[in-house]
Ligand binder design. Structure first.
Ligand code: KOT
Length: 833
């Protein structure tokens, strides 16, 4: 409807306009600027010019995919932590030379101009950034696939420090417009909430009707995703929530203007803000609304395209579409796909269940029990009454099937096992409340379930979903995470990239990171080490510049740059890092000036956001800044030790910090960090790792050579037992001394730090849950090993080269190839140029 036959006129490609002219045109006609540009202008003009090249590539790809009708993968994720787009787009499309030159002609430098872009921070941390890396790899591998998510108006909050405490400021990222998105005014879907469910006879069939009491419109925005070294540009489709009445104002009487405005607020609230929790669920109704909102719009969108080509032949759906659930956040998709096929398309239950389970797959990203999402039945029944019914029917079928499957067990044991595996179960903390366990729903409703590193996938099988694993062993897989080598090596560290390319005689490693192994042959080559060191030095200088800008201090650029950047969380143990820094400080204080001169100097950097309601994490930040305040001013030691908290850690800050890092810390309690992905980025950039035997650290150590990594601490297998024995644990005297120091006010604020001291006090039952005290001595020992190694620069550089050489496995291209082959069964489909 609304389509009229129009004469076809082929638009002239903007590729014909020279880039400098095109940039000037954009500035004149989009922004009304005529010369005298600011850096922000230069960014805007460049971005809006590059956007058109991106759209050309996007259109070619999608014309081709439409013609070929291949199977598509849809990556459903509540988070996509994209960061900046300009550099990535220009480099991925191979336009870097042209635009660098154009900007030079205008009197600008690409790097400075790129700095004017705001991050698209639609994610919290690892999970959201993984989704972004996956999109890059899917496009680069020519896999037909889209991301689907929410176009949050406010992304991850901006973090500022006020007197050393975290304060959160809104991330207002869209005010200057977004050149990297395209609003699709013809793509919108209704999404309903609340209301009632009725059944009616239609002929001899009973049909179910859900009449929501509230409706909003999901409006599509496309964000083209350019692959590298390929004509493929795929898509991230994000949904914005807008009121129905914007499209149907006539439905309101003049007197209903107020109500219309309220309705606008209510609708817009859905896509307004990203919940700033990482690895913990937010049990707020609005969060469930967000989840259903983007899942429903995405599924309706996919089904409407499917129907346009294949009509009602839904048995074909699993051959044309598959959905990856990024953690449990989009798990309501299990019920929504059922509902759309049952109630809207009129199929029957068994057929729909077969189709739906074939199409869905689930990735688990965290093992911490408190992090697994559970929604009260009451909340779900009120907001999504039809979905609650469907989940109940799924659970009835599931538990009945289980009873049959477990018929040989003694009745009591059988009942226990069924109760333990029920999707709907009692809240263990509140017997009056029933919960929907979203992870169980995802496991039962999917074809494949995967963890994100080898150790994590084993914990998934042997612990958190063991009951399910025993019944469906082949459902469970491992897909070790990866990161895109474009953003995380080639584009953020062009100096190192050139050195690698010159040395290997090819730049093919950017698409085939296994080729980095060729660097092993040069690891002990003195001449090569000198060049390698020169790159690191240049990158350290850039980080030093940033520290100067933020803190006003000059730092010793020959010091070891020691970095821990990630979300602040007790399990990630930034606190343990701080304790070792205090210990180092105290040792330095005791030394004579001569002795100090022999010590390894360190510049320690910690960065990361604390969820706004995570009190303990905020105290940890304050401890970092308080310790820094003492250490950085001390004339005896400041040449040898500094500690800086870098505020507002985000993707673009990581792009500056990681290439400059010499040592990075990945020191979670064994068995708690599912994978970690920054460890891979540091490894690619030749940064040594001090870490526990946890997550992807293990595989990184295997690839790098275990002797090249500073491994410490207890193993995951020991954790349960050690937790039980906490009360008998004899703490190290150095530990006791540090506890007394903090408690005694050595860093001020002693009342504020008291809960931190208490949290790791082993005399309190259940305390020191993350076993800092247990790992403390072996951590200090590993830190001594670091110092000894750093004194032997040639050995340090050899190791550094071995890290990059061993990072081939951790390209997200490898991860995505594995998903495509083992789970998605999606094949490359490359447009012809
Ligand atoms: C959970 C709930 C809300 C928001 C985020 C999460 C979350 C994030 N759960 N796990 N993660 C991290 O995911 C990364 C990518 O797989 C892992 O590398 C990391 O270890 C997880 O903590």
């Amino acid at each position: 409807a609304g389509l009229e036959k129009t004469a076809s006129v082929e638009p002239a490609s903007t590729a014909l306009v020279p880039a400098p002219v095109d940039i000037a045109n954009k500035l004149r006609y989009l922004f009304g600027r005529n010369g005298d540009y600011t850096v922000t202008d230069a960014y805007q003009g460049t971005a809006w010019s590059v956007r058109e090249k991106l759209i050309d590539s996007f259109n070619k790809t999608h014309d081709h995919w439409k013609e070929e009708d291949p199977k598509f993968i849809y990556y459903l994720s509540a988070e996509f932590l994209m960061g900046r787009s300009l550099i990535n787009t220009v480099y991925n499309l191979g336009l870097d030379g042209e635009y660098a030159e154009a900007l030079n002609q205008l009197g600008y430098e690409m790097e400075k101009v790129a700095d004017a872009e705001r991050d698209a921070a639609l994610g919290n941390g690892g999970l959201g950034r993984l989704a972004a890396c996956f999109l890059d790899s899917m496009a680069t591998l020519d896999l037909p696939g889209w991301g689907y998510g929410i176009r949050y108006k406010y992304g991850m909050f901006k973090q500022a420090l006020k007197n050393g405490y975290q304060v959160e400021l809104p991330d207002i990222w869209l005010t200057k417009g977004n050149p990297w998105e395209l609003r699709r005014d013809d793509v919108k879907f209704e999404v309903g909430f609340g209301g009632r469910v009725e059944r009616r006879k239609q002929g001899n069939k009973e049909v179910t009707m859900w009449t929501p009491s509230e409706k909003v419109i999901a409006q599509a925005y496309d964000n083209p995703i350019p692959g590298f070294n390929t004509p493929t540009t795929s898509n991230l489709r994000l949904w914005d929530a807008v009121p129905l009445t914007e499209f149907d104002l006539s439905a309101f009487n003049a007197g209903d203007y107020d109500r219309a405005m309220l309705e606008r607020e209510r609708a817009e609230g859905i896509s307004a803000v990203l919940y700033p929790n990482d690895s913990t669920p937010e049990g707020k109704e609005l969060r469930l609304k967000q989840q259903y909102f983007f899942v429903s719009a995405s599924l309706q969108d996919v089904l409407s395209r499917f129907k346009a080509v294949h009509g009602n032949n839904f048995d074909l759906l699993p051959e044309k579409a598959c959905f990856q659930l990024n953690d449990t956040h989009p798990t309501i998709a299990v019920a929504e796909l059922m509902r759309l096929l049952l109630d809207v398309e009129g199929l029957d239950w068994d057929q729909v269940w077969t189709i739906s389970t074939k199409c869905l797959n689930y990735t688990n990203h965290t093992v911490m029990p408190e992090a697994l999402e559970k929604w009260p039945v009451k909340v779900m029944a009120k907001m999504l009454p039809r979905h609650m019914e469907i989940i109940e029917v799924i659970n009835e079928g599931w538990t009945k099937w289980l009873a049959g499957h477990l018929k040989d067990l003694a009745p009591e044991e059988r009942a226990k096992r069924i109760a333990a595996m029920s999707i709907i179960h009692e809240n263990p903390w509140n017997k009056d409340e029933m919960l929907v366990n979203m992870a169980y729903l995802a496991v039962v409703g999917s074809s494949a379930v995967n963890g994100v590193a080898a150790i994590h996938s084993n914990i998934v099988k042997d612990e958190i979903f063991n009951d399910f694993y025993q019944i469906f062993p082949s459902k469970f897989q491992n897909k070790t995470n990866g990161v895109t080598p474009r953003r995380w090596l080639a584009w953020c560290n062009p100096e190192l990239a050139s050195l690698i390319t010159d040395t290997l005689g090819t730049s093919e490693w950017i698409n085939d990171t296994e080729k980095l192994a060729g660097l092993r042959a040069y690891a002990s080559d003195k001449a090569f080490q000198v060049k390698w060191a020169a790159v690191k030095k240049a990158k350290k200088a850039k980080l030093a510049e940033l520290i100067k800008k933020v803190h006003g201090d000059e730092v010793n650029q020959d010091a070891l740059f020691d970095i821990q950047i990630k979300r602040i969380h007790e399990y990630k143990r930034q606190y343990l890092n701080v304790l070792s820094i205090i210990w180092r400080y105290k040792q330095l204080k005791k030394m004579s000036p001569e002795e100090r001169k022999k010590a390894v100097a360190r510049v320690c950097v910690i960065g990361g956001k604390a969820a706004s309601a995570y009190d303990m994490a905020k105290r940890i930040i304050r401890l970092v800044t308080a310790v820094g305040d003492v250490i950085n001013k001390d004339p005896d030691t400041k040449e040898y030790l500094r500690l800086y908290f870098l505020p507002d850690y985000n993707v673009s800050l990581a792009e500056t910090i990681i290439p400059a890092a010499e040592l990075s810390q990945h020191i979670s309690t064994a068995g708690t960090e599912a994978s970690g992905t920054s460890n891979m980025k540091f490894q690619m950039n030749g940064c040594l790792i001090i870490g526990t035997w946890d997550g992807a650290n293990i595989e990184i150590a295997e690839e790098t050579g275990i002797d090249n990594v500073f491994v410490f601490g207890v193993r995951a297998e020991e954790i349960n037992q050690l937790r039980k024995e906490r009360k008998n644990f004899k703490t190290d005297p150095r530990w006791d001394e540090l506890m007394r120091d903090i408690e005694g006010g050595m860093f001020g604020d002693k009342d504020y730090f008291k809960p931190l001291v208490d949290s790791v006090n082993n005399m309190k039952v259940g305390n020191d849950w993350f076993l800092l005290a247990n790992d403390f001595a072996s951590y200090l020992k590993a830190q001594e090993d670091v110092d000894a190694c750093y004194k032997d620069q040639s050995e340090w550089l050899r190791r550094s080269i071995m890290y990059t050489a061993g990072s081939g496995k951790f390209s997200s291209d490898r991860t995505i190839r594995e998903y495509a082959e083992d789970i998605w069964h999606v094949k490359p489909c490359r447009p012809t140029v």
